[in-house]
Design a protein around this ligand. Structure first.
Ligand SMILES: Cc1cc2nc3c(=O)[nH]c(=O)nc-3n(C[C@H](O)[C@H](O)[C@H](O)COP(=O)(O)O)c2cc1C
Length: 167
């Protein structure tokens, strides 16, 4: 198995998608082989093909992961995350990041090496933003924290691989 990271995300309004692209860019510029997927493009077998993951999903429902597609996907791979580097990120609108704290705890309980804290980006949910979004105009997300999070994951991932290879 090559040392590869899969960046897999769900996004409705495009904010978490922008985050995913920047996280992937941060990984790549740090020399990590990273592939970017929408969650609808993969299934649980993806967990056997990669040894690091950056997973993105906004806060949906009532402070939970999106329930129709992302939650079942995550449930299908979580037991395979044991011992692997996992970064979690997503956009949110009005909460306090509860969904991310619970997601982080869950991934840690699965034995994943989660890059903490997970990256959360607050988006606007005022009337005008909602109207614009309804017409397909996504909000512009600050790339910097996402690039940095990707770089941080890359650093830890590279260290882990070195240890692994020297065993
Ligand atoms: C159905 C629905 C439920 C949501 N639930 C929450 C929530 O519980 N907490 C929160 O902080 N934001 C919530 N949001 C706001 C989204 O997380 C926010 O709009 C985010 O930017 C969407 O990301 P995306 O552009 O990647 O789809 C919700 C949005 C929708 C449409």
């Amino acid at each position: 198995m090559g040392a590869k990271v899969a960046v897999i995300y769900w996004s409705r309004g495009g904010s978490t998608e922008q985050m995913a692209k920047a996280v992937a860019a941060g990984l790549k510029e740090s020399g990590v082989d990273a592939d970017l997927f929408k969650v609808s493009e993969v299934d649980s077998s993806v967990a056997d093909k990669y040894n690091g993951f950056a997973l993105g999903c906004p806060a949906m429902g009532k402070e939970v992961l999106e329930e129709k597609v992302f939650e079942p996907f995550f449930a299908s791979i979580e037991k395979k995350l044991k011992g692997k580097d996992v970064a979690l990120f997503g956009a949110y609108g009005w909460g306090d990041g509860k969904w991310m704290r619970e997601w982080t705890e869950r991934a840690e309980a699965d034995g994943a090496k989660v890059l903490k804290p997970g990256l959360i980006v607050k988006t606007s949910t005022d009337f005008m933003s909602r109207i614009k979004q309804a017409f397909g105009k996504e909000q512009k997300i600050d790339q910097k924290p996402c690039l940095d999070y990707g770089r941080k994951l890359a650093e830890r991932f590279a260290k882990g691989q070195k240890l692994h290879n020297s065993k």
